[in-house]
Design a protein around this ligand. Structure first.
Ligand code: GAL
Length: 346
């Protein structure tokens, strides 16, 4: 063996190892999150579907120009509705842009998905019986007074999704929303209603394309928005925001033994600096990662920039449990395996 050569090889190996990022499973919260083409990820108010080992991230595709809706009293900042983006990933870190899965209808000025409308908080679930991907989203007009839910369908997770219609579910207003698919294959539409004062949970039809007619009213007069929901050890957990437009407020978690309630509102799960402002974020989705006893949960927040909405950022944090109590401590980097074991003490 040539000792000199071997020493050089070992030094080079050491340098290479040191130059590698600390871990391939971590993401730094701060800064712009780019896709694999180097473009900022444009998928706000989004959610993630895992299908056949691939994660699909759907979200609002915001236009470049932010403006205030004319004639609307409150701080109604808007961009053109650019439809719904789709990104794919196997590791939750590297996201490939798959295109605009639901394209806006630029031709028909009366369409729900014309760029002058509001298309927010899209969520996609897969229907095992029909083998269709079903997207629900908040559809609104320039003043958010339409308060409707739209539905679209596709044969493929990356789209194209075909827009079907919008409705006021169960004849009630529907703004911020999510969709939750339970272990038994039933899916639920969860939406802020009654002037955002009350959160409805509505069982969808077997094909997920309409409401079944069975729904419940939760948290009356508590004005909860931005619902994100998951199930752990037979219990249902929900994180919501308060109701202050694009400005941050205090989150709240709630728990129930059945999805249709009664839900018990708890307190603010956030811990650390700016916990009373949800770290300047607003909940949008809770993603289960891993299987069985290794299963953990990552909560996704939007960090809105109301005067430049397309530059809004993302915050993802693992959820931590102390028994049945849920907490969300701040961490500067997020472990994308959802591991919550190495958090600093609260
Ligand atoms: C927030 C809501 C966002 C968006 C915004 C409009 O309360 O969570 O999704 O609708 O209002 O101001």
């Amino acid at each position: 063996m040539n000792i000199k050569k071997e020493i050089c090889r070992l030094i080079l190996l050491g340098i290479t190892v040191l130059a590698l990022p600390a871990s391939g499973t971590e993401r730094v919260q701060a800064g712009v999150w780019n896709d694999t083409d180097g473009n900022p990820i444009n998928a706000h108010g989004g959610g993630i579907l895992e299908h056949d080992g691939v994660y699909y991230w759907y979200g609002e595709r915001k236009g470049d120009h932010t403006y205030r809706s004319p004639g609307v009293g409150w701080e109604c900042y808007r961009t053109e509705a650019g439809g719904v983006s789709c990104y794919s990933s196997r590791d939750l870190k590297n996201w490939k842009f798959e295109g605009v899965a639901l394209k806006p209808d630029t031709a028909d000025h009366t369409s729900d998905i014309h760029p002058t409308m509001v298309i927010e908080r899209p969520k996609v679930v897969y229907n095992d019986k029909t083998r269709k991907f079903v997207m629900w989203m908040h559809i609104d007009n320039h003043s958010y007074s339409a308060a409707r839910a739209g539905v679209a369908v596709s044969d493929s997770p990356t789209g194209p999704f075909t827009y079907i219609r919008s409705e006021r579910p169960n004849n009630s207003e529907s703004r911020d929303m999510t969709v939750f698919k339970d272990d038994d294959g039933k899916a639920y539409h969860i939406y802020s209603s009654e002037g955002n004062s009350t959160l409805h949970i509505s069982l969808l039809s077997d094909d997920y394309l309409s409401q079944s007619g069975s729904f419940c009213r939760n948290f009356p007069n508590r004005f909860r928005e931005a619902p994100a929901i998951f199930k752990k050890d037979g219990k249902y957990y929900m994180v919501t925001s308060g109701c202050s437009g694009w400005s941050p407020n205090e989150a709240e978690w709630a728990v129930s033994t059945t999805i249709m309630g009664p839900w018990t509102p708890m307190d603010n799960p956030c811990r650390g600096k700016d916990a009373d402002k949800t770290f300047y974020g607003q909940s949008t989705f809770i993603l289960p990662v891993g299987k069985g006893s290794d299963r953990s949960f990552i909560i996704m927040f939007d960090k809105w920039k109301k005067d430049d909405l397309v530059d809004s950022r993302y915050i993802w944090l693992p959820i931590r449990f102390n028994g049945d109590t849920l907490t969300i401590p701040w961490t500067d980097t997020v472990d994308l395996t959802g591991s919550a074991t190495d958090f600093a003490a609260e």
